[in-house]
Design a protein around this ligand. Structure first.
Ligand code: HEC
Length: 147
């Protein structure tokens, strides 16, 4: 990385981390994840009821979840460094699988819905096992606040 870019990046990071620390200890990302989890649970219920219309509605909420605010994104990107592409990859695959689930639900193809659902969960798990504990150490334990 060029020195100048590095400096700009570092100063941005300093600004954002100071203001964030004052605002809240918890990442917005956590809230986004909790919402995701709820949508996944509602999807399981909808599948059990064969309520494909509901699955059609829920799928985009899983695929296109809210983005964290810019300052938090910067902190996350800075933390991820060269792993950012891999992190984004998991997010992207989750999105693709959610699209697939939506199409399957539109066709009322229960089996295909369940396959796509499994793909989504595989991505949740893959990203978590690669990144979650690192995030928690970096963003929470370093603040001395636990959660
Ligand atoms: C691109 C990576 C990535 C993907 C994909 C991902 N997560 Fe996460 N998730 C994380 C990280 C990082 C954390 C820890 C962040 C934190 O605790 O603030 C997390 C934390 C969570 C948590 C815990 C929140 C809490 O209260 O501690 C839940 C629940 C969760 N994710 C649900 C999901 C579900 C459901 C999916 C799939 C639909 C999913 N995640 C996909 C990265 C991901």
């Amino acid at each position: 990385m060029k020195i100048k870019t590095l400096l700009t990046f570092t100063s941005l990071l300093l600004i954002s981390s100071t203001s964030m620390a004052q605002q809240t200890q918890s990442l917005h990302l956590k809230h986004v994840r909790q919402e995701l989890s709820k949508h996944m649970q509602n999807t399981t219920d909808a599948i059990a009821l064969e309520d494909w219309e509901m699955v059609v509605k829920l799928a985009p909420q899983i695929g296109q979840h809210e983005e964290p605010p810019a300052s938090e994104k910067l902190r996350i990107l800075a933390y991820l460094g060269k792993d950012a592409a891999r992190f984004r990859g998991y997010d992207h695959q989750t999105h693709e699988a959610a699209d697939e689930m939506r199409s399957a639900a539109l066709k009322q193809d229960g089996k295909a819905v369940i396959n796509a659902y499994a793909k989504i969960q595989t991505n949740c798990l893959a990203c978590h096992s690669n990144f979650r504990s690192g995030f928690q150490k970096h963003f929470y334990e370093s603040l001395g606040s636990g959660k």
